[in-house]
Design a protein around this ligand. Structure first.
Ligand code: CMP
Length: 227
């Protein structure tokens, strides 16, 4: 597929005209990563911004005692690597591919020119960054809860927000992360995640099939775990 077609899947560029998309696409490079590849490491120099065309990544940091803490998972249409380009500091986190992942990259200078020349993109970027702060604020509040099962349920609500499809009051999450990654996001162990998911299933809150997780009655799930 041509780069310009690929760019259409990135939410940040949805408002742009064909010629404008073409101008930006010309400056971008396509890259492919395998599951588990580091796209970049925390504290390295920021050279490019990345746009996810296919696949997903996790944004992580290491805690003082060496545990992986997952700050976010980003999917098709999302971007990352913008922070260090904007503030000139080093990378704030590691970014690791969670599956085969295709991205487009834009060099720092071109990224800053694009933001300058297309204010609508700068505004979209700010909106997205505001959304990320909101999610992080929720995660910080959630991590202070002593109830690990509730923290896990709140992670499921976040995945539903980010990639869920609603139908008849049910929300289907097509690609639920592996249990160790949910644990690293909820600040608990893989065993606790496994136990909590089984309990949620037994109590008819969720159903699982392969990578898919379905919240059977989204309203009551929210009422039970997020109020
Ligand atoms: P940068 O600091 O250049 O490199 C790491 C990237 O991870 C960062 O830019 C953001 O794109 C992304 N990132 C960091 N923290 C978060 C977060 N809390 N939620 C989503 N993405 C983040």
């Amino acid at each position: 597929m041509k780069k310009i077609e690929l760019l259409r899947s990135v939410a940040l560029f949805w408002d742009l005209k064909e010629t404008e998309l073409g101008y930006i696409a010309d400056k971008m490079v396509t890259r492919l990563y395998e599951n588990g590849n580091y796209i970049f490491m925390e504290d390295s120099d920021g050279e490019q911004c990345f746009f996810v065309l296919e696949g997903s990544v996790k944004v992580t940091r290491l805690s003082k005692d060496g545990r992986e803490v997952i700050l976010a998972m980003l999917n098709e249409g999302d971007f990352f690597g913008e922070m260090s380009l904007l503030d000139g500091e080093s990378r704030s986190a590691n970014v690791i591919a969670l599956e085969k992942t295709q991205v487009l990259t834009l060099d720092r200078e071109d990224f800053l020119i694009v933001l300058h020349n297309y204010p609508q993109i700068a505004i979209q970027l700010l909106k997205e960054m505001a959304g990320r702060i909101r999610k992080s604020d929720r995660q910080i509040t959630s991590l202070s809860l002593s109830d690990a099962e509730k923290r896990i349920a709140l992670c499921i609500i976040r995945f539903a927000d980010e990639q869920g499809k609603i139908k008849n009051g049910q929300v289907s999450i097509p690609k639920i992360p592996i249990q160790q990654d949910i644990a690293n996001m909820a600040g608990t162990s893989r065993e606790t995640v496994s136990r909590a998911l089984s309990i949620l299933e037994k109590e008819n809150f969720i159903e699982r099939e392969g990578k898919e997780l379905i919240i059977l009655d989204y309203k009551s799930f929210i009422k039970e775990f997020d109020s």
